[in-house]
Design a protein around this ligand. Structure first.
Ligand code: ZN
Length: 149
């Protein structure tokens, strides 16, 4: 477990320092704002669809290292995926960070996102890790605001 924790910290710090897809999409089809008042995380997720496929996805905002790293990795995970695939990954991610899915022993397509199983040890951080995913999900559904409160 401590190996996973080390990896978790390393990946979070790296993505926080150098977040991927941290930009606006000017001709976005949809965007949604996510807020986690408990921590102060606030981000906007931009979505550009190419038919049923997530053609481009990006985010802007501010928040703690976990929320930012999670948003960064979320954009990498869903870009190029169909809407249904992105929703499926959201479902697995959500199940993992709430303890319903053991990503090490149960089948899943989380790949690198598995490191966020580390937040299970820090319940207050679960909302930080899942904020960008809830926001993505809202954008996919055409909703524009989501709050984890
Ligand atoms: Zn946070």
């Amino acid at each position: 477990m401590s190996e996973l924790s080390d990896l978790y910290q390393e990946v979070i710090l790296e993505h926080n320092k150098n977040p991927r897809n941290f930009r606006e999409i000017e001709d976005a089809d949809q965007y949604a704002d996510g807020k986690n008042p408990l921590c102060g995380d606030a981000l906007r997720v931009y979505l550009k669809m190419d038919g049923e496929v997530v053609g481009d996805v990006a985010f802007k905002g501010s928040g703690c290292a976990i929320s930012k790293a999670s948003a960064s990795m979320m954009t990498q995970a869903v870009k190029g995926k169909t809407k249904a695939e992105a929703e499926a990954i959201f479902g697995e991610f959500h199940a993992m960070v709430t303890g319903e899915l053991d990503a090490e022993t149960q089948e899943n397509d989380l790949g690198k996102l598995k490191i966020f199983a580390g937040v299970l040890e820090f319940p207050a951080r679960v909302k930080c890790a899942s904020l960008s995913w809830h926001t993505l999900n809202a954008a996919l559904k055409g909703e524009d605001v989501v709050s984890t409160e």
